[in-house]
Design a protein around this ligand. Sequence first.
Ligand SMILES: [Zn+2]
Length: 438
Amino acid sequence: MLDVLIKNCKKVEHDGVTECSIGVKDGVVAALYGVKEILPDARTVIDAQGRYVLPGAVDSHSHIGQLPGSGQPRPQTQEENFESESLSALFGGTTTAMNYIFTQGSICRELDRHRAIAKEYSALSMFFHGALMNEAHLHEIPEAVRQGVRSFKIFLPYKGEEALKLGGLSSLNDGQLINAFELLARYSALPIVHAENPELIDYYMEKFEGFDRQDMAAWEATRPGIVEGEAVNKTIYLAKKSKCSVCIAHVSSKEAVELIEAEKGSVLLETTPHYLTLTAEAQIGSLGKVSPPVRHEADRESLWAYIEKGLPVVIGSDHNAWQKQHKQDMWQGLAGLPGNAYILPILISEGVYRRGLSWEDVVRLTSYTAACRFGLYPGKGTLQVGADADLAIISTGLSRKVAPQETGSIVDYSPYADYSFWAWPDTVMCGGRICRAN
Ligand SMILES: [Zn+2]
């Protein structure tokens, strides 16, 4: 007897849509049944009524459990944050998070601690990226890889006060960067680079005269696309010289897109729901502060054009659970937006309905490519027999605004206050457990 039977599905894979019923047992997809087959008994039967059923999204970029740095209010413990923000992800059909571990100390020690918290408090399936922030971390790469970390964030922009506010982040210099690439290539691990040039940020900050402004265009003017483009250019050059594959994190600008496109698919582009939707004209003031900044229509359109070419892209939410109280001022507030509930709603609403992407494209973008690149396929990124029963049944045609606080998140504002989305999951399953059902 099955645990759950989901009848009348349009099951979407990266390479096709099939009408079938999905049988779930012991947390995995146990069997698929054709439309004419006799269906077995199950403890729970869900009728999808012909709706699309997708593998749950694999969020390539998640900051669950990252608390505000020194001097900032902390409304939750780390454990509470794992709880609330994993619920938020599930609300939107994100069933796996590739979460970041930031520490100036030992990556492996912090990995153990985060794995233990995730096991206890995360409702999501959770895996971890490391972060290489100092010389000692470079020496720790072999051991971290041995313990299952296969991807490592590298920052280029953060230093000084800004770095402290975000909880003690730090950047590698160019020497450490090429050393990291050489080491990661040797251990077949993937660098994920936050590409912004700090000296150019300083230059544009010094030139800027609008520090009384609170609009998103003002923030963008202090970190324009050239800041990201230069850092992407250097990253690609040094990675190629080190024969190291590379992923560029949260790509936001047409400058960066052009450079990545010239590599014809050999560089993995990650972008976020916010760069695919918002522009600096959005009237949300300092709440919209994020690094790299939300930019202009031409930047947003360059990202969609890249996606439409079918080159490898992963979607990360870059979910930061900061509250309004952390974002009162554009120049002093924290950078970062919520987003882990919005991956599927935005990719389907903006991608399929507005721009004519296929449902298969959505699966490729939101789960399949990330699962393949981060070593999670075929457990994740597919609903073939044997895969984890992580899925979302999607309701469409119903225009709906959803604020983060409705999703279970601690975040108390919406960057998408002006947006209604046409698709929301109405049933979400993670590891065979029904987490959300309407
Ligand atoms: Zn991030």
